[in-house]
Design a protein around this ligand. Structure first.
Ligand code: MLC
Ligand code: AMP
Length: 517
């Protein structure tokens, strides 16, 4: 019986020379080289430790730790042992973590050493039996425990449909939902991207993204591992450090904010980028100005692609001639390219009927990469899928006569700030509970660095005069820092339609120049 464990496929792609460097750390705390053998042995030791705990099959392993190569090894070990990886943004605060742990009921929680006190309390209260620490400096109880185990391990037997990862995405209403991705979802997508982006074993990836979301964890890491390609690894994105690495690398992936920050550094030149093969952008819309400036400055055309936590990657501009589209190979700015091979993508009207070429509608997708549903939320899952099995992305777009997909907006009330998703409903709920607040509306407005940021517009209770700065400060500590609105305005009234619903489009229009240069 063949084993569909994703780790087996990744391990099979390791190069013959296991003593070659797989990951080299760069920047603060960097200067270390991890070989392919190191990744194999270290993940085996952690997997052996998990096996020794005799956890039920497919136990959730929740992880909120700073980026490090050891955190990557922990991900591989979780796959290897057949358990379910549950990555959590390091920005999440106690109330957010409490919800995730309560909802996912992980058997194991791994946190930063500095957070052990409060995380372990939450976890033990929720019934988790094992809480370990993992620092970004190779410290912590997880590695201590793993060091007592052997460095050989047979990967757990998994079917393609077996759950491998849960990624929490916030909801437009209600609490966050855990998107369930299987070994098969991830491997099929990784293989498609390997071919579509022309990955080569001699590629070298600059890895500068966080590893608790789809972009940094799956698109980047699976890409490199599945090709036996080494990574130059930064625990934190620093524009100058990335530019200094370009002559040694061939592939870079970033959210648009990374590209605008790189462009702001004069050291980014055509010469500095001359060794590079491919620059890829996604997670948020890439402004056409950024696309054009990048072309002018470096001579490279950024390849923009589109995806989401529930589906991993859906569309991509072509890297080379795409025979499905008459051999077109042009990477067109402000588009997200073609549906990837195996992905069915359609644009529909409000009644769910496909629209004409060039017309705008809701984007729906189907394919081997699309998740099976939300963790323990069958009703929400049913709402998001059509009867013929297409997932409703909540993105609004169109397909032109050449087949290129363009995202023109979102039907979901969502702000994408520096590549992170911020759901206004979550922030409004917090604000509405605050002293002196009658009602609030949070909208996204353009921002030169983060693309889009949240602005809170608040109405006071009669007789109260809430202070905007105090309201913002009140949110800190309750919500992840990137969700905190960058500005708060107290106003006498909110624009409403005849039904009394707040007209967020008018608010967005009204405040669109708040952060203009
Ligand atoms: C940090 N801040 C942000 C922010 N990141 N605010 C809004 N949006 C963000 N994305 C806050 C900080 O808390 C701080 O606030 C202030 O802004 C300045 O911080 P900074 O030092 O400039 O931020 P930095 O640490 O440099 O982080 C910026 C960043 C980071 C762009 C490097 O946000 C980042 O790594 N983004 C990538 C996100 C990502 O990987 N997304 C992929 C999702 S997967 P204060 O008040 O504390 O000073 C997905 C699917 C797909 O979407 O298709 O890929
Ligand atoms: P997440 O839930 O973090 O996975 O975010 C997924 C969302 O990011 C998608 O539904 C889109 O709204 C958005 N997104 C991802 N890539 C792009 C892109 N290239 N252009 C515009 N929006 C994007």
């Amino acid at each position: 019986m063949s084993n569909h464990n994703l780790f087996v496929a990744l391990r099979a792609a390791f190069p013959d020379d296991l003593d070659a460097v797989a990951v080299e750390t760069v920047g603060v705390g960097g200067g270390l080289c991890y070989t392919w053998r190191d990744l194999d042995r270290a993940s085996a030791m952690i997997a052996n430790h998990f096996d020794s705990l005799k956890l039920p099959a497919r136990s959730r392993i929740a992880v909120q730790v700073e980026k490090s190569v050891e955190a990557l090894v922990l991900y591989l070990a979780t796959l290897r042992s057949g358990h379910v990886f549950l990555p959590l943004n390091t920005a999440y605060q106690a109330a957010e973590i409490e919800y995730f742990i309560g909802n996912a009921e992980p058997a194991v929680v791994v946190c930063s050493p500095a957070n052990f006190g409060w995380v372990s309390k939450l976890a033990f209260n929720a019934g988790t039996r094992h809480v370990y620490t993992l620092g970004d400096d190779r410290t912590g109880t997880l590695l201590d425990r793993a060091s007592h185990h052997g460095d050989q391990h047979t990967p757990a037997q998994c079917g393609a449909d077996d759950l491998a990862v849960i990624i929490y995405t916030s909801g437009t209403t209600g609490r966050s939902k855990g998107a369930m991705l299987s070994h098969g979802n991830m491997l099929s997508n990784a293989r498609v991207l390997r071919d579509y982006w022309g990955w080569r074993p001699d590629d070298v990836l600059i890895h500068a993204l966080p590893i608790f979301h789809v972009h940094g964890l799956f698109v980047a890491i699976h890409g490199a591992l599945l090709n036996g390609s080494p990574m130059l690894w930064l625990n934190k994105f620093e524009p100058r450090a990335v530019i200094d690495l370009l002559p040694r690398a061939t592939v870079f992936m970033g959210v648009p904010t990374l590209y605008t920050r790189l462009l702001a550094d004069p050291a980014l030149t055509r010469e500095a980028a001359s060794h590079m093969r491919l620059f890829i952008s996604g997670s948020a819309p890439l402004l056409i100005e950024t696309f054009t400036q990048w072309q002018e400055r470096t001579g490279h055309t950024i390849l923009e692609r589109y995806g989401m936590s529930e589906t991993i990657m859906l569309t991509s501009n072509p890297y080379q001639a795409d025979p499905r589209h008459g051999g077109q190979f042009e990477r067109r700015g402000a588009t997200v390219g073609f549906p990837l091979p195996g992905v069915e993508l359609r644009v529909v009207d409000d009644a769910g009927r496909p629209v004409e070429v060039g017309e705008v509608g809701g984007i729906q997708v189907r394919g081997p990469n699309v998740f099976s549903g939300y963790w323990r939320m069958p009703e929400k899952t049913a709402e998001e899928f059509t009867t013929d099995g297409f997932f409703k992305t909540g993105d609004v777009g169109k397909i032109d006569e050449r087949g290129y997909v363009t995202i023109v907006g979102r039907s979901k009330d969502l702000i994408i700030s520096g590549g992170y998703n911020v759901y206004p409903a979550e922030i409004e709920a917090e604000l509405n509970q605050m002293h002196g607040v009658a009602e609030s509306a949070v909208v996204g407005v353009p921002h030169p660095d983060f693309g889009e940021v949240g602005v809170a517009v608040v109405i006071a209770r009669p007789g109260f005069e809430p202070d905007p700065v105090s309201l913002i400060n009140g949110l800190k500590g309750r919500l992840a820092n990137y969700k905190i609105p960058k500005r708060c305005l107290v106003v006498p009234e909110l624009p409403r339609n005849t039904m009394g619903k707040v007209q967020k489009n008018l608010l967005r229009e009204q405040h669109k120049h708040l952060f203009s240069a």
